[in-house]
Design a protein around this ligand. Structure first.
Ligand code: PLP
Length: 447
């Protein structure tokens, strides 16, 4: 393999010479060379081990190099590497069945894509054709992907330089009590006011123009804001009342991340379409898709669906999904994520907040947690601006790495998102490293 041929130094040199990276000015990049990964750990070119509290881009839900998933891919590669989407194939059929089995009642059909962004593109296309309407509502503080429609629906600054007209996207504020847009002081107030805001937005945009509302069940990259009780049920009711398709984006929250197969299970709501990717096969081979309600599937029974991809339902990716979902069932990996969140990681992070005033709020569930970092708990002033970064955040990231953990950070937040397979001992190791890194951050801020 290339790993055998290239030294870490040569890997780095060729990267800087020939590789163009995502979302970055290329000049200043210093990518970490990763040579090996196993379970919750990765190793850099110097042989230093890091606990992966990022799950890469929050996708390695069964950890790195899970032997059953590696074997599933190898066996499929030996049998049949690729086949066009118009044929039927066992890996694809089985993956679709396993996904439908864990999806809510009434969602039984799967359209496979290459990742999350194109899952959103196709879900929106289905919703528009199903309803005959065009606009799509989505939240500020959201991420839906880097392709045309998905980035327009995204409610974060990555949309700004990519916005050449709205593509029918209209944004609204979701519930977020800690930084309430509605001046609410209780969860009940936040739910009521956020729903009133959405209802009014629908009335003013024209319910007859709105094809879909797309929202992350628990917004991920934007800050892991678990919706308060009643909010998603209220969204479902508004969609029903106005003939709007409810698309739940579970690309990040799905497949065990929140301690459930799909995060909507926490809230007792059934969306019309669910987009997934990442955790479905832990990202070992690119895969995403849309789980489709029976009603929307029926729209395309006699009418062609005008969309497709050469690699829709790619056998290697689907074999990885079959092995991942099977391992998750056999090893009770979703249950582990749930228990870790309730018994170890959640309490451990709250305990850190008691000792570190820089933590303004701890929020999350399962293995899906965010620390909202502030200069002052009263004013809640973040330690980096919205859409930007700061020296303090750079100090924090460096301190995390110096203490042996890979963090996931966004603006002023540190996300703690280990694999769903993480053990109690690994969580405790991670918490100790974060404790030390937060002390370094506080020493820097005090200076
Ligand atoms: N939707 C959500 C909620 C995501 O978190 C992401 C990626 O982080 C996407 C969509 C886009 O997925 P991809 O990067 O696979 O295109």
């Amino acid at each position: 393999t290339p790993e055998d041929l290239l030294s870490p130094e040569e890997t780095y040199r060729l990267d800087r010479q020939h590789v163009f990276h995502s979302w970055s000015a290329q000049g200043a990049l210093k990518p970490m060379v990763i040579t090996r990964a196993e379970g919750s750990y990765v190793w850099d070119g110097a042989g230093t081990r890091f606990l992966d509290l990022s799950s890469q881009l929050v996708n390695t839900n069964v950890g790195h190099q899970h032997p059953k998933v590696v074997a599933g891919i190898v066996e499929q590669a030996q049998r049949l590497c690729t086949i066009a989407p118009q044929h039927a194939n066992a890996a694809r059929s089985k993956a679709a069945q396993l996904i439908a089995e864990v999806a809510p009642e009434g969602l039984n059909t799967v359209f496979f894509t290459n990742g999350g962004a194109d899952a959103i593109e196709h879900a929106v296309r289905m919703a528009r054709l199903h309803t005959g309407k065009y606009k799509v509502l989505s939240q500020y503080r959201s991420y839906h992907g880097g392709t045309a429609t998905a980035v327009n629906l995204t409610g974060d600054p990555r949309r700004w330089p990519n916005d050449y007209g709205s593509a029918g996207a209209v944004h609204f504020f979701g519930p977020f009590l800690y930084r309430s847009h509605f001046h609410a002081t209780t969860e009940a107030e936040e739910t009521e006011r956020a729903l009133a805001h959405l209802e009014q937005l629908i009335a003013f945009e024209g319910p007859g123009t709105i094809a879909a509302i797309v929202l992350e069940t628990v917004p991920g990259t934007a800050g892991i804001m678990t919706p308060p009780p009643g909010y998603l049920a209220g969204v479902r009711e508004l969609c029903d009342r106005h003939g709007i398709v409810y698309i739940a984006d579970e690309v990040m929250a799905g497949f065990g991340r929140t301690g459930r197969w799909f995060a909507v299970e926490h809230f007792d709501v059934v969306p019309d379409l669910i987009t997934f990717a990442k955790g479905v096969n832990s990202g070992y081979v690119p895969l995403g898709g849309v789980v489709i309600s029976d009603a929307i599937a029926a729209t395309f029974r006699d009418r062609p669906f005008p969309g497709g991809l050469t690699y829709s339902g790619h056998p290697l990716a689907c074999a990885a999904a079959v092995a991942t979902i099977t391992a998750m069932h056999e090893e009770k990996i979703v249950e582990n994520a749930d228990r870790i969140g309730r018994e170890v990681l959640g309490p451990g992070l709250r305990e850190l907040a008691e000792r570190h005033p820089v933590i303004g709020e701890v929020r999350g569930l399962g293995v899906f947690w965010a620390l909202d970092l502030v200069l002052d708990r009263e004013t809640k002033e973040p330690i980096a601006p919205y859409g930007g970064t700061s020296e303090a955040m750079a100090v924090l990231v460096a301190a995390c790495k110096a203490n042996g953990v890979l963090p996931f950070t966004n603006y002023h937040r540190l996300h703690v998102v280990p694999p769903c397979t993480v053990s109690d001992a690994e969580v405790r190791e991670g918490l100790a490293a974060l404790d030390a890194a937060l002390s370094t951050l506080e020493a820097h801020l005090g200076a």
